[in-house]
Structure formats: structure tokens, C-alpha cells
Design a protein around this ligand. Structure first.
Ligand SMILES: Nc1ncnc2c1ncn2[C@@H]1O[C@H](COP(=O)(O)OP(=O)(O)OP(=O)(O)O)[C@@H](O)[C@H]1O
Ligand SMILES: [Mg+2]
Length: 155
């Protein structure tokens, strides 16, 4: 968010943060995750040419085995037809010279390499949410409860 603040201000984008106070640890490559988050934020800013709101939220997944980071914009949205294509390399709706269409395909690959996934929901004219889902280090609750069992059985 620090790296994109200037871009947001220039484009009259308000930032709302709903970050979890504490989150379980994940195993991640910080440089790669920064690249993914930067791309999602810049995509959101570019989808709001007349300004808008970007909400960044983090939370623990329902099963406590994942951490989820979502980016919700109030931008142009993505048609159902395009939703199938946005993760393909070189798919872009931007003008020549403005986008290469590599951001999402690279981001998707990086998150897959983390054992995670990226989900998207969108409504044309209303906005879009991208959610990055990353596995909790050590498998989360399942492993913890197994350790607890071992502790109780071993005495
Ligand atoms: N938040 C968003 N709102 C609306 N459309 C989006 C959003 N994010 C991505 N898209 C659509 O998906 C396309 C592909 O995004 P991607 O990041 O892969 O490439 P790009 O932004 O066009 O170019 P690059 O990231 O390589 O500069 C975009 O051109 C746009 O059509
Ligand atoms: Mg992009």
C-alpha cells in the first residue's frame, strides 16, 4: 500500500483498510507477494478512472487453514465473458502501451506456487473483488489439534 499510495491519490482513490488484528503465520516469499498485491492494487486503481474506493481486507479463512486478503474496488467491473480470460497471459483491455496483460497471469502463477489461489467476483458497473487465499504455515488447525492429541496421549 505504501508503494501505491501516490498512484491512489493521483487517481482520487480512497483507501479503506479492514485488516485483521492478528493472523496465523504463512510461509511466503515476501517479494513475490508484494508483486501480487501491487498488481492487484494497480489494477483496481486503473479500473476506477474517475476515482472510487479501494477496500483492502485481511481475515482468517472459515476453516482456519487459510489467510485471505481481498481487494475490493468500485470500478468498471469485468464482464462474464472476460472473467474467463483475465488470468490468461497477454489478455488486456487496456490500450497498447498501457498494459501487457501479464500482471494477473504472473500473479496467479506466484500464488499457485504458494499452494494458494486467487478468486474473483465482479459486477459490471459496480466493482470487483479479488481474493488471495494462502495456506497457513504447517497446515493450520488440523496439525495443531493432532499435536495437542499427541501431547495428551503421551502424558
Ligand atoms: N480490478 C479490476 N477491475 C476491472 N478489470 C480488471 C481488474 N483487474 C483486472 N482487470 C481486467 O483484467 C485484465 C488483465 O489484467 P492484468 O493485470 O493481467 O493485465 P493489465 O493490467 O491489463 O496489464 P499489466 O498488469 O501487464 O500492466 C485487465 O486488462 C482488465 O481488463
Ligand atoms: Mg495489471
Amino acid at each position: 500500500m505504501k508503494f501505491t499510495r501516490h498512484q491512489m491519490q493521483k487517481n482520487k482513490v480512497n483507501l479503506t483498510e479492514e485488516l485483521a488484528e492478528s493472523l496465523p503465520q504463512i510461509d511466503g516469499h515476501s517479494g513475490q507477494l508484494q508483486q501480487v498485491f501491487t498488481n492487484l492494487i494497480l489494477n483496481a486503481v486503473q479500473a476506477m478512472p474517475d476515482g472510487g474506493t479501494l477496500k483492502v481486507a485481511s481475515r482468517i479463512g472459515e476453516d482456519a487453514k487459510t489467510v485471505q486478503i481481498s481487494f475490493t474496488d468500485t470500478g468498471v467491473g469485468i464482464s462474464e465473458k472476460d472473467l474467463d480470460k483475465i488470468f490468461e497471459p497477454f489478455f488486456t483491455s487496456k490500450k497498447v502501451g498501457e498494459g501487457t496483460g501479464l500482471g494477473l497471469s504472473v500473479s496467479y502463477g506466484l500464488i499457485k506456487n504458494h499452494g494458494g489461489e486467487i478468486k474473483v467476483g465482479s459486477r459490471v458497473g459496480q466493482g470487483t473483488t479479488f481474493t488471495v487465499i494462502l495456506p497457513v504455515a504447517g497446515g493450520g488447525v488440523a496439525i495443531q489439534s493432532r499435536d495437542e492429541k499427541e501431547l495428551t496421549t503421551s502424558g
